[in-house]
Design a protein around this ligand. Structure first.
Ligand SMILES: [Fe+2]
Length: 270
């Protein structure tokens, strides 16, 4: 019998988490997952076209919210979208670790911790949805975050596209939403505020490890950030909310990076 290299065993564990059906099952596997020791390497396995989900969840076009947050159904639909973003974020943090063969033990420990925080977020939002009579699975969900992550060719691209662009856009949306939802739904506001605070930490972690990765590759981080934004045409969809300057600064964005996200920066913006 051939012994399995410890790095390959870690990669197989991560793939099993991605394939596990739903946030709870993923979190149970994460609870016993330990980061690999420094310098362990592995081959990136073939990724599934869709991460594991409960079989009651339907993929499709999420409903278009036509009414404002003052309407309970509209709030529930919004929270349902956030719930699936949080479930997807578990897979994305695990994929980040999987893409980081040869990175320090601290990097992997941080991704595993983030994945567990995302699972906690998913559980909090799921509880709100139950309380609102609109349980998880009521609306169809999309897999655009997973597809965006799978389009990354290396860890550096993943760190820009996922934590530093898409999750950072989540900060913009949340900062814009928090004061408005408070007037209608204090319990949901408390959950979204907890998510917002934790996500600043997740984006900051993305910034730190992006800088680390660029230094190791001999690249200038701000220039690499700009290039990846352009190559992945990330600005083709206009931001749904104004830039959250305070949150993004706390997460390590530089003036140059913030400038290149402004609509006037051109790039691939329509
Ligand atoms: Fe989250």
């Amino acid at each position: 019998m051939t012994a399995i290299h410890p790095g390959e065993a870690y990669a197989a564990q991560l793939l099993a988490i991605i394939q596990a059906p739903g946030a709870e099952a993923k979190d149970q596997l994460l609870a016993s997952c330990r980061p690999p020791l420094a310098n362990q390497i592995w081959q990136l396995p073939k990724l599934p076209s869709r991460p594991g989900r409960e079989d009651w969840l339907r993929e499709g076009k999420p409903p278009r919210r036509r009414r404002g947050l003052q309407h309970p159904n509209s709030r529930a639909q919004f929270l349902h979208a956030i719930w699936h973003i949080e479930v997807s974020a578990i897979d994305l943090a695990v994929l980040c670790s999987l893409s980081g063969a040869g990175m320090p033990e601290d990097f992997h420990a941080e991704q595993l911790r983030i994945a567990r925080e995302e699972a906690a977020h998913a559980a909090l939002v799921a509880a709100r949805l139950e309380a609102l009579g609109h349980p998880p699975g009521r609306d169809p969900v999309h897999f655009r975050l997973w597809e965006a992550a799978c389009a990354c060719r290396n860890l550096g691209e993943h760190l820009v596209v996922i934590p530093r662009f898409l999750e950072a856009r989540g900060l913009d949306v949340n900062a814009d939403l928090l004061p408005r939802i408070l007037a209608y739904d204090e319990a949901s506001h408390a959950v979204l505020n907890r998510i917002y605070q934790d996500e600043i930490g997740h984006v900051a972690s993305g910034t730190r490890w992006h800088h680390y990765w660029c230094t190791r590759q001999g690249l200038q981080a701000e220039e690499h950030f700009r290039q990846v934004i352009e190559e992945h045409a990330l600005l083709r969809h206009p931001s749904p909310a104004p830039l959250d300057h305070a949150g993004r600064r706390a997460a390590g964005f530089s003036t140059q990076e913030l400038d290149c996200l402004q609509p006037s920066a051109g790039g691939n913006a329509p």
